[in-house]
Structure formats: structure tokens, C-alpha cells
Design a protein around this ligand. Sequence first.
Ligand code: NAD
Length: 301
Amino acid sequence: MNNKQIAIIGTGVIGNGWIVRFLANGFDVVAYDPIDGAEARTKEVIEQAWESVESLGLHTDASHERIRFVSSIEDAVKHADLIQENVPERLDLKQDVLKEIDRFAQKDAIIGSSTSGIKPTELQIKLDHPERLVVAHPFNPVYLLPLVEIVGGKQTTKEMKQAAHDLYEAANMKPMIIEKEIEGFVADRLMEALWREALHLVNDGIATTEEVDKAITYGAGLRWAQMGPFMTFHLAGGKEGMRHMLKQFGPALKLPWTKLEAPELTEDLKERVINGCETHAGDRSVAELEHKRNAFLVQLI
Ligand code: NAD
């Protein structure tokens, strides 16, 4: 029996993803979101996602019934062991919501923020007990992708980072503690580098959005499910591995690194990217595409 209670604050894309993950792993969840219809939206997400988490194997105590919506942050957090904050990515809003969480949470509760890029030290500023705040940055869909980056701020204790690590691990995740604070942490910085170049290629008319996606989907993307850039290049260097790889391709690699461009996100570029994606999707809705993605990820995992 998993006797930890989880509070989810903000039940949008990511908050709902966390809800499905914690329910599937046998936790009790209490949720709060001020938007009208939040509970019905969450029920819908649970219904759509349950088949995927079920096929990966549910915890013996897992139940999609073990969730309760409440009407205040206080009621959501007061008995929780972990509070996961998932409100929109605005520093002032997050600081205010975290201050309220901090006010009503148990003193030894962990507070995790899902922020994609804000440094935890900035999130700690208004807290009376900043030592228990960590960034716990997940990946969409949270109920399937196991990585969570854990980053402490200047006032976070080592014990809290470890406690957060262990709790996310109990939710069947692959937590990674990042010791140095940096905007965007590790995984999103890597994604940003690729995203920036993808926009540049579309902006300069070198490739369409569909061609950029194809270049990843049928090439490096297939490998990335198994290994990252370092092991990929280690294998690309023949039997001497990375040693040969750097000797052979090191000088050549300097060239693209210095030539990468950062395009400006103009209205024209935005329109081209939106049109490109809508044309590529055709008559397939986002829900249909998500269903297909989930089925693929389940097979892969
Ligand atoms: P979203 O817009 O889908 O959801 C935000 C939710 O917060 C909404 O339902 C909104 O009603 C609610 N909210 C607003 N004010 C609130 C308040 N005062 N108290 C409680 N709830 C409130 O956003 P999202 O994509 O789920 O992003 C949430 C966080 O997760 C952001 O910090 C984002 O950077 C991070 N994140 C997003 C992704 C992603 O792929 N979307 C991935 C990783 C991390």
C-alpha cells in the first residue's frame, strides 16, 4: 500500500499528467485548480490515459478513484507528503502560489515545482520554509515518460533533494538530481538547441516543418530512445570509440557549432510553423495524435 498523499496544484496538461502517474502508482491524490470544469477535464484525461498506464502495469493499489478535488490550496496541501505545483509559467504567479502552499503545508512535506525553466532560488524567495522546495521538472506525457529533473535552490537541503528523489522513484520515475542551478536545467537546454536550429531551417526555407520532423523521426530520433549523443558518437568512432570519433570528426564539428543560427520568432515564421504543423496533421485531431503517440511510447517503454 502506498500511503503517501500527493497534492496537485494546477490541473492543466502537466498537472493532469502527474495525477495519472500518481494514481497508476497507487498514491492518493488531492487536486486544486480554480478554473471552471477542472474536475471534469481531469476525469476525461484519466479515462483517455488509463489504457496506456494499465498496459505498462499498474501498482496493486492503483485506482482512478483515489482522487479528490478541493476548493482551496489549504485543503489540498494540509495533509500532503508531496505538493506538485503546475500553474502557468509566470514567476510572479508561481511565487504567490508557492507562498500559499508553504503557509499551509506540513513542515516536512516536499514542494516540487514543474517549472520548465525558472531557477528554484527565484521560486524560494517568498517562502518561510524554502529548504523543502525543489524544481521537479517532468516531460509530457508525465504518466508515460519517466524522467524528472530535480534541482535545488540555494536554500534547499540535500536531505530534501534526496527525499524528493526517492518519492518520484516510488512513482516509477527516473529522477535525476542536477547539482548546479541553470535556467532550462539540462533536458530542455538540449531540446532548445535542436528547436532553435529547426526554426532556423524553416525560417531560411531550407526545410519544411514536415521535413525537419522526418529528419528526426527516421534518423537520430530512433536512436535517441536508446542512447544519448555521447554514447551515439562513442559507437560512431569504431572500435576505439569516442577517442577516434573526436580525432576524426572533432575539427569538422567545430564548423557547424560556430555556424548555428538563432532566428527571430517573427509573425511570418510563426504562421509558417503553425500552417506546416496543421497541414502535416491533416484531419487528425490532437487527441488522435496523442493516442497514437501513447500506443507507440508504451511499445517502446
Ligand atoms: P496549462 O496552462 O495547461 O495548465 C496550467 C493550469 O494552472 C491551468 O489549468 C490553470 O487553470 C491553473 N492555474 C492557474 N492559476 C492557478 C492558481 N492560482 N492555482 C492553481 N491552479 C492555477 O500549463 P502546463 O503546460 O500544464 O504547464 C504547467 C507547468 O508545467 C509550467 O510551469 C510549465 O513550464 C511546466 N511544464 C510544461 C510542460 C509541457 O510540455 N506543457 C512540460 C514540462 C513542464
